[in-house]
Write a protein that binds this ligand. Structure first.
Ligand code: NI
Length: 170
């Protein structure tokens, strides 16, 4: 397994609508393992394939990281099939380091997709887990969390991100 480079939000791959995965092969298994490794290395709770430069519909999520229980979920071609109620909570993104904002999301979602064995998966998530799924699945549509906000707030966060990026490069 290897740690991959996470693309930041200025990379056009983060704006791509990702392709459906037709074939679950060895490359996809390796990519999934590397994405999990990358997510852990960055202490994130989720990662979408386009964040590591691959515009395919694959996400990994693991909220157990902070309790040192690793329970990674890998979902190929995920879709939200039902959603209920709303929540507002803080969100960040590994492609937008050190920038956080309150984002409105569904409180409960049902997610369907396929696992690495090609088997159908269906799961229900609520609260922060539901938030993580919605955030990662937005990536597959080329969307970033600040797209959910108003323009004034978004522009403010973009300026903050550019400042942080500049500091990181110095
Ligand atoms: Ni993100």
């Amino acid at each position: 397994m290897s740690v991959l480079t996470i693309k930041n939000c200025l990379d056009p791959v983060l704006r791509k609508k990702c392709d459906l995965i037709q074939d679950i092969n060895e490359n996809l298994v390796t990519l999934s393992e590397d994405m999990i490794e990358t997510m852990y290395a960055a202490t994130g709770v989720g990662l979408a394939a386009n964040q590591v430069g691959i515009a395919s519909r694959l996400i990994v999520v693991d909220l157990g990281f902070k309790e040192e229980k690793h329970e990674p979920l890998i979902i190929v071609n995920p879709v939200i099939t039902a959603s209920e109620e709303e929540q507002i909570g803080q969100e960040g993104c590994l492609s937008i380091p050190e920038v956080y904002a309150d984002v409105k999301r569904f409180q409960q979602v049902e997610v369907k997709g396929v696992d690495l064995n090609g088997k159908d998966v269906r799961l229900e998530a609520e609260g922060f887990m539901a938030r993580a799924f919605q955030h990662e699945m937005d990536h597959l549509e080329g969307k970033l969390f600040w797209d959910m906000l108003g323009k004034v707030k978004r522009d403010m966060l973009k300026r903050k991100f550019k400042k942080i990026l500049k500091e990181m490069q110095e």
